[in-house]
Design a protein around this ligand. Structure first.
Ligand code: ATP
Length: 317
């Protein structure tokens, strides 16, 4: 095994998936080191579920230089891959007349967990997902949030190293979403590697250690949250109010190195900075040096949601 295989739980290189003429995934490459929580973010139809299905060994029609999970090839060593993943699809399914206990026993059998160990494992996963009190409840009677937690309990039964979670928080109310987030945090602390998809960036920004943003089948950007913030700060806009503003002053500001454009608005100037040429602090100094008397100076807060919209422009496949 090479070093990268030992440290990367997921390695995808140049993955392409077609559905007939539609290119759902178009040359996607990324890797996820052990212990990371990788947020896979993109608008509806961007190709997230398809990529996750390839990793889960369920989408067999694809081309790639490699798709490895823990060093195992998803096509050639599918069984090995399945042993080390817990895949939670973006739908729960229908389970008429089944209790949580029966549901989990069914999957424990499917995972070939030894019969005499099943009760203890089921009790553990229910405790972890805070569903102990629901062990004999009908699955269909559970709230959506509880169902999502039960689905997580299911994928934990065989103690997989990698969790592939397709939109686990979708359709949940804020409280249930927080519960899922706390649960995922606990799993991260247990050393699980997690790939989690969402079309809502905010949902993941507090949980993920790195993110990849996908749009129309292509990765737009990827990296740690700090990397992405840094990259986005390159598009920064600063709003400022200058009390001694006149045409001459605007002309002087326009000439400041690092400023790409100056937009005069009713009560302020919007200064768009050039990529990587000046820091916000330097800009402030340069404005003062140019004689501007500054009443207000405010870098535009680029929250993750704005960043996402700027990066993806809202396109879908
Ligand atoms: N089985 C299929 N047959 C044909 N087209 C498909 C199939 N599955 C997905 N697609 C199409 O492939 C594209 C990518 O879909 P995918 O489900 O991977 O996106 P997604 O990012 O997971 O979106 P969502 O957030 O809506 O689930 C979409 O245009 C979708 O309509």
């Amino acid at each position: 095994m090479t070093d990268s295989i030992e440290t990367n739980i997921v390695e995808i290189n140049n993955l392409r998936v077609h559905y007939g003429k539609l290119i759902a995934v178009d040359g996607v490459s990324f890797s996820i080191p052990k212990g990371e929580v990788f947020g896979f973010i993109g608008p509806n139809g961007a190709g997230k579920s398809t990529t996750i299905k390839v990793l889960a060994t369920l989408q067999r029609e694809f081309t790639a230089e490699k798709v490895l999970v823990k060093g195992f090839d998803v096509r050639l060593q599918a069984r090995k891959v399945r042993e080390c993943i817990g895949y939670m699809p973006d739908y729960f399914g229908k389970y008429d007349n089944l209790t949580s206990r029966e549901y989990l026993h069914f999957f424990a059998a499917a995972y070939k967990i030894e019969i005499n160990k099943r009760d203890a494992i089921i009790s553990d996963v229910l405790e972890l997902t805070d569903l102990t009190g629901k062990i004999d409840a009908q699955v269909d009677s559970l709230s959506r949030g509880m169902k999502q937690r039960l689905a997580l309990a299911r994928v934990l039964l065989h103690d997989p190293d990698l969790l592939l979670l397709d939109e686990p928080a979708s359709g949940l109310d804020p409280r249930a979403r927080i519960e899922i987030r706390e649960l995922l945090r606990a799993l991260r602390d247990m050393g699980k590697t997690i790939l989690i998809s969402s079309h809502i960036l905010h949902e993941l920004s507090q949980l993920c250690t790195s993110i990849g943003i996908i749009e129309t089948g292509k990765l737009v950007t990827q990296g740690t949250l700090e990397d992405i913030y840094e990259r986005l700060s390159l598009m920064r806009i600063v709003h400022t109010q200058v009390t001694n503003l006149d045409d001459d002053m605007v002309a002087r500001i326009e000439k400041i190195a690092g400023i790409q454009s100056v937009e005069r608005q009713i009560d302020r100037l919007a200064l768009r900075l050039k990529e990587g040429e000046t820091s916000i602090e330097e800009l402030h100094e340069k404005l003062v040096e140019s004689g501007a008397r500054i009443r207000m100076f405010q870098p535009e807060a680029m929250d993750m949601e704005t960043a996402f919209m700027k990066l993806t422009e809202g396109k879908t496949a």
